[in-house]
Design a protein around this ligand. Structure first.
Ligand SMILES: [Zn+2]
Length: 260
C-alpha cells in the first residue's frame, strides 16, 4: 500500500433515472401530505435577499420526499393532511406526532412530505426500479436481493389508481444532512435555525464540480440515501454491486462527489 492510499478520497455515486426510458418513470402519489410551513424567520431572511416566497403558500423549499411505510394515527383528521394549506411550526409538530410507523419519531417529516401508501400508474413493461421524479419504487425482486445482501430500505405498498395490488413497493428514503462545511459554503446554503428550511442564498453561484459528503454521517447499511441539502440520492458501493451483478434495470449511477 502506498503511504497516501488510505487518504485517497472515496468517490460518491448518485443513483438516478436513466434518461429517455419511459419504462422507468411513473406518475404516483401518496394518500396524505404534510402541509407547508409558515415561518416568520425564514420569510424575513428570504425577503432580505429581495425574494418573495416561492410557489408554496410559504417560503418552504420543496424537497419532494415520500414516506410510504408510514400512515396516520386513528386520531388524525385526514382532511388536514393536505398541501393546500400552510401551518405554524407548533401545528406542524402536532401533526408530525400523528404519523405512525417504525422510527417515525426520528424521521425528518419535512413540510410538504407525502405520507402513506402509494398509488401509481406503472408503465406496461416497468423496469426493476421506477421513478416518480425524486421518489423511487422497486420490484419485490429488488427487495429480496437487497435483503439477502444485508441492505435494508424501509418501504410501503404500491397500488394501482383503482386500488389493486402490484408487484412493486415504494422505497422510503428519509433525508440525511450530508454536505461538508466546504460544500455548504460553496453553494451558499442557509439553514433556518427555527424550522430547518434550507436554501441557496445566491442562486447565480457556480455549483459545478464535485460535492463533498461527510462520510461519518452516511448510514452505510441503507444502500440508498437521500441528501437533505440537495435532491440527489447517494448509492453505496454495496448497493451498486447488488444492482450491477444482478443486472437490475431502471437505475443508473454516476460520480457526483466524494466522501470526506
Ligand atoms: Zn424557518
Amino acid at each position: 500500500m502506498r503511504p497516501d492510499e488510505s487518504r485517497a478520497f472515496m468517490k460518491a455515486f448518485t443513483a438516478s433515472c436513466p434518461r429517455n426510458d419511459r419504462q422507468s418513470r411513473a406518475d404516483a402519489d401518496c394518500q396524505y401530505r404534510l402541509p407547508w410551513l409558515r415561518c416568520g424567520r425564514s420569510e424575513r431572511d428570504w425577503r432580505a435577499l429581495g425574494r418573495v416566497p416561492p410557489i408554496n403558500p410559504s417560503p418552504w423549499i420543496e424537497s419532494d420526499v415520500w414516506y410510504p411505510a408510514y400512515t396516520l394515527d386513528l386520531r388524525a383528521n385526514p382532511t388536514k393532511f393536505s398541501d393546500e394549506c400552510a401551518v405554524t411550526l407548533p401545528e406542524l409538530n402536532a401533526m408530525r406526532k400523528l404519523i405512525v410507523g417504525r422510527d417515525a419519531k426520528k424521521a425528518m417529516l419535512l413540510p410538504g412530505s407525502r405520507i402513506g401508501p402509494v398509488r401509481a400508474k406503472l408503465p406496461k413493461r416497468a423496469t426493476d426500479f421506477v421513478w416518480c421524479s425524486f421518489s423511487l419504487m422497486a420490484s419485490r425482486r429488488v427487495i429480496q436481493l437487497l435483503t439477502r445482501s444485508g441492505l435494508s430500505i424501509p418501504y410501503g405498498p404500491v397500488v394501482t389508481p383503482t386500488g389493486e395490488k402490484t408487484d412493486y413497493v415504494a422505497l422510503q428514503l428519509d433525508p440525511v444532512p450530508l454536505y461538508s462545511k466546504a460544500t455548504i459554503a460553496k453553494m451558499t446554503l442557509a439553514v433556518c435555525p427555527e424550522c430547518g428550511n434550507c436554501w441557496m442564498q445566491d442562486v447565480r453561484v457556480d455549483i459545478s464540480g464535485p460535492r463533498q459528503y461527510d462520510r461519518s454521517r452516511m448510514p452505510e447499511e441503507a444502500g440508498l440515501v437521500r441528501v437533505r441539502e440537495g435532491l440527489e440520492i447517494l448509492a453505496t458501493d454495496r448497493f451498486i454491486d447488488v444492482i450491477q451483478s444482478n443486472k437490475l434495470s431502471g437505475v443508473g449511477f454516476e460520480v457526483f462527489g466524494e466522501y470526506v
